[in-house]
Design a protein around this ligand. Structure first.
Ligand SMILES: Cc1cc2nc3c(=O)[nH]c(=O)nc-3n(C[C@H](O)[C@H](O)[C@H](O)COP(=O)(O)OP(=O)(O)OC[C@H]3O[C@@H](n4cnc5c(N)ncnc54)[C@H](O)[C@@H]3O)c2cc1C
Length: 509
């Protein structure tokens, strides 16, 4: 059978595409996912439902080079729902400037004004109303109520207010900056992944086939056109024909799939013995991620804390000396029970409190390359965190802010001792920079490895409609296509990308 659409990867963007495209009963859609599939919430394992964040049984087990001297685990969801099924369910949007920058770089269909309808379409915001928000969409969004914040959260909030950060009720309002509850895609304690929000209501459709446990090796290309995919399922290799192929395997696996299919930098492909179908020098370049650094303390004994509450509030702020609005975030993580973060030790022992600055507008760029043409060999992920001195400066400044907040007002007496930082380090520029280099890790947001851009951009891989340049019938639709990272956690943007492109794909080839 020839499918109208083959979608590779059932994650934040792929599940949305499959659900939206199969609304047309005349279109046969095949959604292929390497991980397992759980057909109902009742049959879904707990690590995908009630955890704060997870890199347990549904993880690809990747390793990345954070800095030239340090490797870190690099979680990616491997299950229907993809990384949206394991993530920290912060449901934050990029700012208008983020999308207007994409438009200014030659992708005019992606201005804030043009993407806003899709942000509204995807959400069912239970708290915020008005022109910026949507009601009745597949992704339920709510904000932790102040009465459910724990004493440590309240103390962090008071410390931040005393330090001058404004109180924010809706972090998704374009003007918001300061401290407030994170919007979350969580309902009755359950993470609303795209598997739950989008695929569950679409599964009954006869024109939607979801196949799990299928590892897509490459796209089949004939005469410059994608004509299907080569897959491995239970040890058997097969070819599956399709009229259109869309890669939604995420910012690590989509560029790897492109390269294995012969689309990438010609010399690199030749060195691995891969026949070049399209010389596309930008594939795997422009890898961007948000780094963060934990400042960890132990809480004094006896502070009441509901172990299920972790990270309900946080700060969006602009770094001192920066002209980029909200280019930083500050989290407070409380770990009182290891089961809230299965598989992700994050360097925290129980109980711990960490105040965590995160860089939202990194200037550094990393790179993803293939180690081998063999689909079972993971790619080389070189993140190049802090490669730009301005990134290091803002992160070091963020650590000093975290340190100050932890010594401020009602927060200070709740913390017993610092685990990984001392006043001596904080007071020395060079020691602090070393601390940042040695402790930076990922907020799990890789993007940009199959960048969209205009024809005159030599490293653009797809056009603004997400069509792969030089190959007919092939698209990339996921985090890979972002030309620059949004200054927000990336899940909502990926879902929006799925919605945005589905709208085009329903009406054109
Ligand atoms: C631990 C963690 C915590 C995070 N926390 C947050 C958060 O709190 N808020 C937020 O906004 N964002 C968060 N993120 C980031 C966010 O979840 C991702 O940016 C987003 O889900 C990426 O969407 P995607 O569609 O690009 O890829 P994914 O959702 O990762 O989907 C890719 C899918 O493709 C499948 N796949 C890959 N290769 C193949 C292949 N060869 N064959 C078949 N299938 C394949 C994968 O198994 C996966 O299901 C987090 C991510 C992680 C991992």
């Amino acid at each position: 059978m020839e499918y109208d659409d083959i979608i590779v990867g059932a994650g934040s963007a792929g599940a949305v595409l499959a659900a939206r495209l199969s609304e047309d009963p005349n279109r046969a859609v095949l959604l292929l996912e390497a991980g397992p599939d759980y057909s109902a919430v009742e049959r879904t394992p707990a690590d995908l439902l009630n955890t704060w964040v997870s890199a347990g049984p549904h993880d690809w087990g990747l390793i990345a080079q954070a800095t030239p001297t340090r490797e870190i685990p690099y979680p990616r969801g491997k299950v229907t729902g993809g990384s949206s099924a394991v993530n920290g369910h912060i449901a934050l949007r990029g700012t208008p400037d983020d999308f207007d920058e994409w438009a200014a770089w030659g992708n005019r269909e992606w201005s804030f004004e043009k993407v806003l309808p899709f942000h509204r379409k995807l959400e069912d915001d239970r708290d915020a109303r008005g022109d910026f928000h949507g009601v009745g969409g597949p992704i339920w969004i709510e904000r932790p109520r102040p009465e459910n914040w724990q004493p440590l959260n309240r103390a962090f909030f008071d410390a931040a207010r005393a330090a001058g950060y404004a109180e924010v009720s809706d972090h998704n309002d374009p003007q918001s900056t300061g401290i407030g509850p994170w919007p979350r895609n969580r309902r009755d304690g359950v993470r609303i992944s795209t598997a739950i929000g989008y695929l569950a209501p679409a599964r009954h459709r006869m024109n939607l086939t979801i196949r799990s446990g299928v590892n897509v090796h490459r796209v089949t290309i004939e005469n410059g056109r994608a004509v299907g995919v080569e897959i491995e399922s239970s040890g058997t290799l097969q070819r599956v024909p399709g009229r259109r192929v869309t890669l939604s395997a995420g910012a690590i696996h989509s560029p790897a799939l492109l390269m294995r299919s012969g689309i990438g930098p010609r010399d690199e492909l030749a060195a691995l013995g891969i026949k070049c179908q399209m010389n596309s020098p930008g594939v795997g370049r422009n890898l961007i991620d948000h780094p963060m650094v934990f400042v960890v303390a132990t809480p004094v004994a006896g502070i009441p804390h509901d172990p299920q509450v972790t990270n309900p509030i946080g700060i969006r702020y602009t770094a001192a000396g920066s002209d980029e609005f909200n280019d930083m975030q500050m989290y407070v993580f409380e770990l009182f029970d290891e089961s809230v973060a299965p598989g992700l030790a994050l360097g925290l022992t129980v109980p711990s409190v960490a105040v965590v600055p995160g860089l939202q507008r990194p200037r550094s760029r990393g790179r993803l390359t293939l180690r081998s043409a063999n689909p079972d060999v993971p790619p080389i992920i070189d993140l190049n965190y802090l490669g730009d001195p301005e990134d290091l400066r803002r992160m070091a400044d963020g650590v000093r802010i975290a340190w100050r907040l932890m010594h401020e007002g009602p927060f200070a007496p709740m913390l017993k001792e610092f685990v990984n930082l001392s006043a001596e380090v904080v007071n020395s520029d060079s020691a602090l920079e070393t601390f940042v280099r040695e402790n930076c890790t990922t907020i799990f947001h890789p993007v940009g490895t199959a960048k969209m851009g205009p024809e005159n951009d030599p490293v653009a891989v797809v056009d603004q409609y997400c069509r792969v340049r030089g190959v007919e019938g092939l698209r990339v639709v996921d985090a890979s296509i972002m030309p620059n990272i949004v200054r927000a956690n990336t899940n909502l943007t990926c879902i929006m990308i799925g919605e945005r492109v589905a709208d085009w794909m329903r009406t054109s080839d």
